[in-house]
Design a protein around this ligand. Structure first.
Ligand SMILES: [Zn+2]
Length: 427
């Protein structure tokens, strides 16, 4: 998750009577109190977990060592059957009565840092510095503390709660882990992603993105001797000029950039090949599709114009989709947003409904399945940079609010009914 707050996107959240009632019941219950006290007392251990997780490198596509470690941790925390699925996600189920909704709670295993990056934690002036310490060692550690709280209190959820460490959230991972999970498990009714530090922010809107690698190829040749044949670089220049002139709406926001360009052989060669990487984003599916169509049209026109300029047809273009994160939105007063809101409020804090971001929650949100992304607690900064830091201040508030959100959504046997509705089951 990368953070970029929209200042004007903090709608008020008026809690519905049933949400209020559920959270009054939960916060008055002695077992729930015991769970919250347990998480607070578990704070130091959770920090140790976070550091241990961080020091196992897990670049996107190479999460296996961390996934194996996390499998053992999920079992040690109190889950019975923990397994790895076909893409490398690890998960275990806290069983409910079989009568309730199915809630997936996941933290991504991968980091943006490449193999060989030093991930040793360094402690300086009360802060812990290490690449990936917050994003997402924090989320992974917070989940373990929540599972221990369930075991410690023996609270049984009404609905099944699936805890998962998933692969492929960052960059070219393209949300592969959560995509696969929702492809293979059609009966999930709700989703909580736990990503990075913090405990007040609720992300419930999804910025979509489409990314392309576009390559122009032609005959190439000597700049003087072969003059008169079309150039792959001249073609890509035409394409970039057209893309640069595209106009997109501010609301719903839609953006584009040609982020990288490469190609050519030497200064005195007509380029035989040129490649660019294009990133397009929007919070609205329709705008993203429209923008994509315009960009692809520009790519095609540039090829035709470069060929026409030299009465040739030797320039060809190859477009490859390298990133696809769906856009989507939910009402700020939907049950899952309200449950998260009420949980944060119940701990004496002021929740903040955040603007759209790109997180694992994009996948369920685009499928129409209720989903939020929450913080794992504590403070942090410089995510995705080697200077990433984390400070263990009031960190227990993260797992505490996740614990309460799960209890409200999945329900708790003998305490309260689940708030999360069961979606129609596919037969
Ligand atoms: Zn993240």
């Amino acid at each position: 998750m990368v953070h970029c707050k929209d200042s004007d996107s903090d709608p008020d959240c008026e809690l519905s009577p049933i949400i209020k009632r559920t959270y009054e019941t939960l916060t008055a219950n002695h077992l729930v109190h015991r769970g919250l006290d347990f998480i607070k007392a578990d704070d130091e251990r959770t920090l140790q977990d976070q550091i241990e997780i961080c020091e196992i490198p897990a670049p996107t596509f190479k999460e296996e060592a961390r996934a194996r470690y996390y499998t053992d941790q999920l079992i040690a925390a109190g889950l019975n059957h923990v397994e790895m699925d076909s893409v490398g996600n690890v998960f275990g189920i806290l069983r409910g009565t079989g009568e309730g909704p199915k809630l997936l709670v996941a933290a991504h295993l991968d980091t943006v840092f490449p193999e060989g990056c030093d991930v040793t934690a360094r402690h300086i002036n009360g802060k812990c510095y290490a690449p990936g310490i917050g994003d997402n060692s924090k989320g992974l550690a917070a989940l373990l503390s929540v599972i221990r709280a369930f075991r410690n209190t023996n609270i049984r959820p009404v609905g099944d709660v699936i805890f998962c460490g998933n692969i492929g959230e960052e960059g070219l991972g393209d949300l592969a882990g959560i995509k696969a999970f929702f492809r293979d498990n059609r009966d999930i009714d709700g989703f909580i992603a736990v990503d990075g530090p913090g405990f007040k922010d609720i992300i419930y809107l999804a910025t979509g993105s489409r990314r392309y690698e576009v390559t122009y190829r032609g005959p190439g040749g000597h700049s003087f001797g072969a003059f008169g044949v079309p150039s792959a670089i001249h073609a890509i220049g035409r394409a970039i000029a057209k893309i640069a002139d595209l106009e997109t709406p501010r609301d719903p926001k839609a953006t584009f950039t040609v982020g990288m360009v490469s190609g050519g052989t030497s200064v005195n060669s007509i380029a035989a090949e040129a490649t660019m990487l294009i990133d397009m984003r929007s919070n609205a599916k329709g705008e993203l599709l429209k923008l994509e169509a315009e960009v692809l049209e520009a790519v095609r026109l540039a090829k035709d114009e470069e060929n026409a300029r030299w009465q040739s047809n030797s320039i060809i273009v190859d477009t490859k989709l390298i990133g696809d994160r769906p856009a989507g939105s939910q009402a700020p007063d939907s049950v899952i947003v309200q449950a998260a809101y009420a949980s944060i409020q119940a701990l004496g804090n002021t929740p903040s409904l955040e603007g759209p971001l790109s997180t694992d929650a994009n996948i369920p949100i685009a499928l129409g399945i209720p989903a939020v992304c929450l913080g794992g607690g504590g403070r942090g900064g410089n995510a995705h940079s080697p200077d990433e830091w984390y400070e263990n201040v009031d960190a227990y508030l993260g797992p505490q609010s996740i614990f309460l959100t799960i209890l409200g959504l999945a329900g708790a046997c003998g305490i309260c009914e689940p708030l999360l509705p069961q979606r129609g089951r596919a037969s």
